[in-house]
Design a protein around this ligand. Structure first.
Ligand code: PHE
Ligand code: FE
Length: 283
């Protein structure tokens, strides 16, 4: 299900796969395209063919519109090709990295409209489940959303907010916002519930589960509630948070979080399956 440890907001890289030896100071590397084997290219194509069947009717329109234009069918995408499209659309750029990067490195990239993409692809035995982000998760899950102008601005704001949260000792709260929006967010549309979270969109099982299963709680977006909510990294989410628009998400996260972090210090964390009387549920 593409849970990425609790690390999607960037996290210490020790103990992780990937060659951190040959990178630049900002953790970027070159994509050595000719180093991908035919077996790896074939694995990409099979991942792609499985997931492309699943996203119509389950992913939001913004995502699907961008995905259609991306050159994902033939094999692992080339960074420079996607960057030409993405730069023209929203002035974002992708940078290749060896894997998860430290928090502040990650935030600095986002704050400058650079999205770190892991260059390597998962092993065959991880075909349906991988615990770290790989090139498929990043390109298939995250990249299409960066084509949406409002979401793109939200990601930049998140990066800037990350630098600030780090200084305030507020990272765990901010990380939950990333988790419950960028990775596992749902959006309510006139056609019904749709996914926009990358962790869901790159997962063969959760992409349907998140929008159709009667099991999880689906709660209307509530910034405080999200920041208090723990999450599971080893199973489908027990709670999803639902926005009505990307503008709503941007506007709700625009204010200075400093007073909010102070308030949260006095509040208990909530379990991932918490049911609160004040939750506004989406049916
Ligand atoms: N407004 C937040 C702050 O002041 C920054 C932020 C924006 C964080 C968007 C996340 C997403 O810290
Ligand atoms: Fe991710």
């Amino acid at each position: 299900m593409n849970a990425e440890r609790q690390a999607n907001y960037g996290q210490s890289s020790h103990g992780l796969r990937g060659d951190y030896g040959r990178m630049r100071a900002d953790y970027t590397v070159d994509q050595e395209y000719s180093a991908y084997t035919e077996a790896q290219q074939d694995r990409w194509r099979r991942l792609y063919r499985r997931q492309i069947e699943l996203v119509p009717g389950r992913a939001c329109d913004e995502y699907l519109a961008a995905l259609r234009e991306l050159p994902y069918q033939q094999g692992i995408p080339r960074f420079e090709v996607v960057n030409a499209q993405l730069g023209a659309a929203t002035r974002w750029q992708l940078v290749a990295v060896p894997g998860l990067v430290p928090d502040l490195v990650f935030f600095d990239h986002l704050a400058n409209r650079r999205f770190p993409v892991t260059w390597w692809i998962r092993e065959e035995h991880e075909f349906s489940y991988i615990v770290e982000p790989d090139v498929f998760h990043d390109f298939f899950g995250h990249v299409p959303m960066l084509f949406d102008p409002v979401f793109a601005d939200y990601m930049e704001a998140y990066g800037k907010g990350g630098v600030k949260a780090e200084a305030l000792g507020a990272l765990p709260w901010l990380a939950r916002l990333y988790w419950y929006t960028v990775e596992f967010g749902l959006i309510r549309t006139p056609q019904g519930l749709r996914n926009y979270g990358a962790g869901i969109l790159s997962s063969p099982g959760e992409v349907d589960y998140a929008v159709t299963s009667p099991k999880p709680r689906r709660v209307l977006f509530d910034l405080r509630r999200i920041m208090r909510s723990l999450y599971r990294i080893d199973a489908y989410q027990e709670t999803y948070f639902v926005i009505d628009s990307f503008q709503q998400l941007f506007d709700a996260t625009e204010p200075d979080f400093t007073p909010l972090y102070r308030e949260l210090q006095a509040l208990e964390d909530l379990p991932a399956d918490a049911a609160l009387a004040l939750d506004r549920l989406v049916s």
